[in-house]
Design a protein around this ligand. Sequence first.
Ligand code: ADP
Ligand code: MG
Length: 686
Amino acid sequence: MLSSSPNSSLKLSDSIDSLPGVGAKTALAFKARGIKSIKDLLFYLPNRHENYSIITPINRLRPGRVTIRAKLNHSTSRRGRRGLSITEAIASDTSGSVRVVWFNQPYRLRNISGGHEYFLSGEFKLSNKQFSLINPYTEIVSDLPVNSARIIPIYSETKLLNSSMIRRAMKAALPLANRIKDYNPRWLVQYLKLMTLAQAINQMQYPESEQKLKLASCRLQFDELFPILLANELSRQQRELARTLKVPFKLDIAKEFVSRLPFKLTDDQRKIIWQIYLDMQGEIPMNRLVEGDVGSGKTVVAVMAAVMAMSEGYKIAFMAPTELLAAQHAQTIKRLLEPLGLADHLILLTGSMKEKNKRYVIEQANKINGAFIVGTHSLLTSGINWKDLALVIIDEQHRFGVDQRQQLQKLAGYLPHCLSITATPIPRSLALTIFNDLDLSRLVELPIGRKPIKSFLTTPSDIPDFFRNLIEQLSNGRQAYVVCPYIRPKSDYDQLAVESIYQMYQKKLPKYRIGLLHGQLSAEQQNKVMRSFIKGEISILVATTVIEVGVDVPNASVMAIYGPERFGLAQLHQLRGRVGRGEYESYCFLILSDNLEPPMRLRQFIATENGFALSELDLALRGPGAIYGKLQHGKRMASLMNFDDHGVVDLAKRGAVSFLNRGENVINYPGLAKRVKLAQQLTYLN
Ligand code: ADP
Ligand code: MG
């Protein structure tokens, strides 16, 4: 074990430069990576490990990763082609000799001496027609090797901070790992046969064996999953104890609604609405998420659920992410309520309404029996009386956060039925872990008659073609979206900022009206631009991703996305869903910045129309950390999490159930409580 005598004068909270061997310059490099204290360093986990623990006699070397224990002689250094520095030496043990080569490590010449014995760990392979040991980690033989002759940690490196520097600092810090306090209950750690956190950090950084490394990684994965599953279990238990308004199912109401639709429901829609009716009949509040691509018919399902509650004289609240979307939804919903004679039950309330208007609308909302109230998230605090609120529908959010649920409970006096609808699919494995307190419904089947959107990768040499296509569409009366990854240029040469692209389009297409839309314009300006686009007064809308969710302009047939490498697949798919909403053939162009081979995920994107498949692909290619890590308020989680490892998921589930069955309370474990709280705030993935 590396934890020899702990340096008793050091504390975990001490600054990184108090470690022996870490000077001011190295400390700065660490700080640039967010590693300020010794504790931060200990929690800086390797990306992977390489096992160099088996020492092979030189005469038995086979190609591959090897470690030898040898003396070094005849060292030389020279310049190779293109200025490459080549340092060579001959390594010998009692069994034989081998050539050792280091590329671009001229300092090796100074550091090796004939008298010492070294561990050399690296790749044994053919180089310059001779089997050699290439670029080995080289370290004087000692009881505590850091870089060789063991399972060694490989960290993500920067120019100023390489793995070897991190390992040296880690070695100095590791004796303090034993002081790391476990934030989980001791009995739980023992009951689940987990390593302690201190052991896990020790073994993760410098594993004694593959077996211990596995146990360490299992413990750390557990720590990422357990708070999430505990939060879910808590929310499930609370929900099951809560009572709500029952909404009895009435066949004639459902039949009437369906008979007035201008189309037939898909089988998926039918199944899901039936499930929702069953949920709403019960006294336990519903907590259901309906996922489905743009245009899969989620709104219809939600309105059908609402109609049942309205027939009992109950209120419905529908919350959209923006005022514009709220207004659009209100229109769609009104159209669906009209044939039933319920159009005047629909109420739209937005923050930008005039005071007088607002007061009138609130009065109406309180007066109408069975009001369907549409607005943004501020709806709940608007002063409407929320007694008799039976159903809350939330658009483009995966689930209700704890705060939202508490607010609802306070306003209504009970927890209403909650329905989330979203076009951003959650990969199945994440749904079963991070969102396992939700009942999940998927609209996979698209209504018939949807035309697939033709998608293209456009390299700089394809740009003239792209503009020809665009102009053809515009001259046929269609409209186009042009999406850019950010508002301001990131450098002087930056072509991808929304302002630069806006100007470029104005110059290039002077005949057409072009609008600019991004989040730094006032809400009023944004609304104005969006309205002119909806009305068709603007032909091209150059925008950031503010147009991502929900905007519905059936006449738009072109979506051009600049810098597509900067977007996740789910987001690209959302953007693509802005077109193809009408009768017209529609196109999506991913405008690449160079002529290089485009990344695999973009090639997959243009070949796949299925949002669920894309979400799985995104998970496989980017990992769970990229998908939900950032959402934990900047704290990157799931760095190691591999959801295929169901062993850990089950362990965390068992842990959560045992914890609650024992009558434990997170309040007694502040470290755990903090993590549970973060998990409870997670309302959507991106
Ligand atoms: P989403 O909310 O999932 O984006 P909507 O419910 O707004 O989808 O439906 C998109 C469009 O498709 C609407 O114009 C709606 O009337 C229509 N639609 C919904 N369900 C069907 C169906 N089963 N068959 C044909 N058209 C449908
Ligand atoms: Mg919709």
